[in-house]
Design a protein around this ligand. Sequence first.
Ligand SMILES: [Zn+2]
Length: 350
Amino acid sequence: MERTGTILRGREFEPVEGRVVIDDDGRIEAVEETSVESDDIILPAFVNAHTHIGDSIAKEAGGGLSLEELVAPPDGLKHRLLRAASQDELAAAMRRSLQFMQRGGTAACLEFREGGVEGVRTLERAAEGLSIDALSFARGSIDAMHAGDGFGASGANDDSFDRERTATRETGKPFGIHAGEVDSSDINPALDLEPDFLVHMVHPEPVHLERLADSEIPVVVCPRSNLVTDVGLSPYAELDERTTLALGTDNVMLNSPSMFREMEFLAKLSDLPAAEILRMATVNGAEIADLEYGLVEPGREARLLVLDGDSDNLAGARDPVRAVVRRAGVDDVREVRYGADATADGDGDR
Ligand SMILES: [Zn+2]
């Protein structure tokens, strides 16, 4: 099995014309440089490093409300709408979001899962038969973490989370936590927990940047979410100089879970190079969740995104990496490959 085109190869996304050879186990066997006919652009499928897809039932609700009014537990609009919905309604709405992500080239999402063990089960149900890896960073109880793939803490001002942190260490599952979204008050206590990753970090002070540089704890940034809730924007370049960054689309309530849109916004809001933004959207998120894909290089699982480089949107682009990050969209997706012979068309067939 092989795919041909312009391959964004390895961690540098160096564009090479050639073929990707995939073995029977669905791993990349070789990336060969050769002259080919295809106009396709081949890149690693995305890893959306921060989502809340439970609020797929609340898209565009609450226009003009503050972050607190929108999503603060227990009485923010989101939580009232979640309580009013049945698990079946939630699962159905979440499935639509997962299908959209899958069709848009996303191989995995790191979902901060509300609703305890039941919430984890509802996500499993929503993802049944789909190819996307929907990973639950659960909250509510240690049992929920055991049922899911890790723990996703709301924020260090809400609770101490010491027990939960210890429990994740014992099971070897990752612990993530929101920090520095509205202000800097929860950053030090979040860092004290030595989390596997932080989410947002809009308001780090010099001392926090220093601690980040020392600890190299990865940060997931969510620029469009921060724009909608008007909390400010992370100092992307300063964070990027100190640690690994990944990219997430955050609440479906606030934003469509398209990694293309997230990359484009970040590219245009920051001075980060296109290749760095593409790493944030692929391998950096994969490494946070210990996933074996995220790059097109031999030995990796072949979760690939194939774009039509001759679409009306992309035809003639001079720099394929910049074109993918700043210009491409879901309409340019030709194929999303998951492993040996599985093509996800977004409708659940493999
Ligand atoms: Zn979040």
